[in-house]
Ligand binder design. Structure first.
Ligand code: FAD
Length: 458
């Protein structure tokens, strides 16, 4: 095998963390090579499969990632599942260093009775479903019900609520998957209730997403005055983003504009914010979901940031026919050679250096936990790239004469893995955009891996 004495770095995962780390590495070293391995035949992780279809501007980062992939010293190896098709131990032998940037592909459970009933779903798989993620395309979601409850007060919860409530004709112009659009067209949903453990000062969503919900056509926000009363007294003490967010909720409750009120009075659908509730039990009748029983909480502690929700003896029942849990993502240990903190669901690391394994690094959600927007993942990716460059400069990565790409190709070809290159992806991309044009959409995603591969062999 060809060995050229240059550093060969392998990155596992082609989401923002993988691409931003690659970008930093290529920029900071003149002859270093980067190979990006991706489980799916298509790149970009949650930018393609998480970001909501009605937020196309967020996906512009794909242009930067494409520039990185077009670099002569960068290769994309799609349709390769690390941990199955090739192990981390093998990669550590073939490459000078390995960067794990494989994100968070699982979710947290509520841990309550009835959670396994039909129509109680992770927000994660619902997001995958409307975004055409192959493993979620066949999700069974029954929208023939008037009320859905979403457990969680984060941006993913608002994404799910917005997709459920947005007039379908608006969604039809996005890259939402065709089957999801059809299902939403037939939906009977009129009401989405978002339930959080703590109060309005602890919501995790951000102002842009909240404003979109407040301005949603044909839909009215239902906020309860008792939740927001007297809150204005502490506005001056709040940090700026929290202050603006709280002010907007307060204004929506107490001082909406005449235009807003007119719009809301005409609305046939609504969404409601409910606070200080912890799910206790999923209610059902004859195996059919009928509601969610929640404990009523009180908040303890003085500083709003550290306030804790403590359940009282009181409870309330929220009737509904569909429940989403949107309480956070969780990473998986994709290979036994990866040290893993099962409790936190992350890879233990020190500034991206995986604890106890020289040459192994991690970047993005898998190392930092599943929080933060693309921008914070970018900062993290750049930082990890700099750490690796520093370790290279200081000879902490002595394994330079490694076979890299060719070594990996040899193993994968022997195993009959059908790899997808970046130019292959460009063919899939072109095909999707062409299919989308027929329906006035930016693209129609191919939601089936076999069909993606088929395009390449034609
Ligand atoms: P990911 O993006 O998840 O990338 C991980 C990649 O690794 C994936 O491509 C995955 O297929 C691959 N992989 C997994 N396992 C393997 C394996 N065994 N072998 C090889 N490859 C593997 N941020 C914003 O700024 N704006 C938004 O509007 C926004 N919306 C969001 C909506 C949702 C529903 C979610 C969940 C997040 C959203 N974010 C948004 C946050 C943003 O998506 C994350 O910050 C970012 O994607 C994290 O990047 P990552 O590379 O760590 O993980």
């Amino acid at each position: 095998t060809h060995k050229d004495g240059n550093p060969h770095i392998c990155i596992v995962g082609s989401g923002p963390a993988g691409f931003y780390t690659a970008q930093q590495l290529l920029k900071g070293h003149p002859s270093l090579r980067v190979d990006i391995f991706e489980r799916l035949p298509v790149p970009f992780g949650l930018v393609r499969y998480g970001v909501a279809p009605d937020h196309p501007e967020v996906k512009n980062v794909i242009n930067t990632f494409t520039q990185t992939a077009n670099n002569d010293r960068c290769s994309f190896l799609g349709n390769v599942q690390v941990g199955k098709d090739i192990t981390v131990t093998e990669l550590l032998k073939i490459y000078s260093a390995v960067v794990l940037a494989y994100g968070a592909a699982a979710d947290k459970l509520l841990g309550i009775p009835g959670e396994n009933l039909p129509n109680i779903l992770p927000a994660r798989t619902f997001v995958g479903w409307y975004n055409g993620l192959p493993e979620d395309k066949d999700l069974k979601v029954n929208l023939d019900t008037e009320t859905a409850v979403i457990v969680g007060h984060g941006n993913v919860a608002l994404d799910v609520a917005r997709i459920l409530l947005t007039p379908v004709d608006i969604l039809a112009k996005t890259d939402i998957s065709d089957y999801a659009l059809e299902a939403l067209r037939k939906s009977s949903l009129k009401r989405v209730v978002l339930v959080g453990r703590r109060g309005p000062l602890q919501v995790a969503f951000t102002i842009k997403e909240l404003r979109e919900m407040i301005k949603l056509p044909e839909c009215r926000p239902v906020f309860h005055k008792e939740d927001f009363k007297d809150l204005e007294k502490i506005f001056p003490d709040l940090p700026r983003p929290r202050k603006r967010l709280t002010e907007l909720m307060h204004k929506t409750c107490f001082g909406p504009t005449a235009d807003d009120v007119k719009l809301w009075n005409e609305a046939k659908k609504e969404w409601e914010l409910k606070f200080r509730l912890t799910p206790m039990e999923v209610l059902s009748s004859a195996g059919q979901l009928t509601g969610l029983r929640c404990a009523v909480n009180k908040l303890e502690g003085s500083n709003f940031e550290n306030q804790k929700a403590v359940s009282t003896d009181e409870h309330i029942d929220l009737p509904c026919g569909l429940i989403f849990r949107s309480i956070g993502y969780r990473s998986l240990q994709i290979d036994p050679a990866i040290p893993f903190d099962k409790k936190q669901g992350v890879i233990p690391n020190e500034k991206g250096r995986v604890t106890g394994v020289p040459g192994l690094y991690c970047s993005g959600w898998v190392g930092r936990g599943p929080v933060g927007v693309i921008l914070s993942t970018m900062t993290d990716g750049f930082d990890v790239g700099k750490v690796i460059l520093k370790d290279l400069a200081e000879d902490h990565i002595p394994n330079l004469g490694r076979p890299g790409f060719q070594g990996a190709m040899k193993i994968l070809e022997e195993r009959g893995v059908k790899m997808v290159s970046f130019s292959d992806w460009k063919k899939i991309d072109e095909h999707e955009v062409q299919m989308g044009e027929k329906f006035g959409k930016p693209r129609e995603k191919i939601a089936d891996v076999q069909n993606m591969i088929k395009i390449l062999t034609h």
